[in-house]
Structure formats: structure tokens, C-alpha cells
Design a protein around this ligand. Structure first.
Ligand SMILES: [Zn+2]
Length: 159
């Protein structure tokens, strides 16, 4: 049986490992809805519950785990060029289109994970991207490198 001290050290190590993984993801990935850059936020739910650090999209104002930029660009390219709409019953708005892109991102990521070429650290094989969307991708990756280690507080109760 583990002593309390040992257990605390283990949890501390795990949460540091989790935060490091979230930081890497924040730098690498983008919002699967708007394609915007992501930030780490300390989400504060109440005085009694400990704050949790999550990846957050400021543009969408939501917790967003993020998607590989190559997948987002591919999904957006697909939706733009096919007119595919996951939500035909909803109004045909920019928001509906973002929801469709996000859903296509999830399907593509699911496929890539099951093919064994995508894991929590990103793609495990070199990619040869379609030149139609590779340019935008690189610009956004560079933008993500700016002020990445700042973690701002976010009060969930203020919503
Ligand atoms: Zn967003």
C-alpha cells in the first residue's frame, strides 16, 4: 500500500506530466471549430473545488482540447469544397459550418488514430500535405509560438 506522501508525489508528478502534455498540445494544435490558436487556462469552478487547467479557445470562449493543424486544414478544405453539412436541420450559418468542420476533424482524427499514425504527441509519420492548404497551416503554427507559457485564470461562474 502506498503512503500518503508517496501518493501525493505521484499525483503531483501526474498533474505536472498532464500540464506538460497540455502545453505541448496548446503549442501544436488549433481549435477544431474556428481554427484559432489555443491557450492554457486555469478554470475555477467554485471556492470548494480545486481549479483545473484546461486548453481553452478564446475566440469560441470554450474548453477545447484542440486538433492537429493538418487535420483542421484538411477538414476545412473538405467542407469548403464539398458543401458537406452535418447539421442540415440547423440554420445554415458560420456557426453550423464550424460545427461541421469540428465533426469532420473528429472523424479524421479517429481514423488517423486507428490507422496508428496519430497519438497524443501528434503524427508519428512524416506527412506530405496537399499544397492547397499547407501555407495557411505553417503561418498558424508560427503564431502559436508567441507567449505560450502564460496561464490565465478563467472563472466558470462568471459565465
Ligand atoms: Zn475556437
Amino acid at each position: 500500500m502506498e503512503t500518503t506522501k508517496k501518493l501525493e508525489a505521484k499525483i503531483g508528478y501526474q498533474s505536472k506530466k498532464r500540464i506538460d502534455a497540455l502545453k505541448r498540445r496548446t503549442k501544436r494544435c488549433m481549435c477544431k471549430y474556428c481554427g484559432g490558436s489555443l491557450k492554457l487556462r486555469r478554470i475555477i469552478f467554485s471556492d470548494y473545488e480545486e481549479a483545473r487547467i484546461e486548453i481553452f479557445c478564446n475566440h469560441c470562449d470554450r474548453i477545447e482540447y484542440g486538433i492537429e493543424p493538418e487535420i483542421y486544414q484538411s477538414a476545412k478544405f473538405f467542407v469548403d469544397n464539398s458543401g458537406f453539412n452535418c447539421y442540415p436541420d440547423l440554420d445554415d450559418s458560420e456557426k453550423t459550418k464550424q460545427m461541421t468542420i469540428a465533426k469532420v476533424c473528429e472523424i479524421m482524427a479517429w481514423q488517423d488514430q486507428n490507422l496508428g499514425i496519430l497519438n497524443e504527441n501528434g503524427f508519428s509519420v512524416p506527412l506530405k500535405l496537399n499544397e492547397n492548404f499547407v501555407g495557411e497551416c505553417i503561418t498558424l503554427t508560427e503564431a502559436n509560438l508567441v507567449d505560450d507559457d502564460i496561464i490565465e485564470d478563467k472563472y466558470a461562474l462568471d459565465e
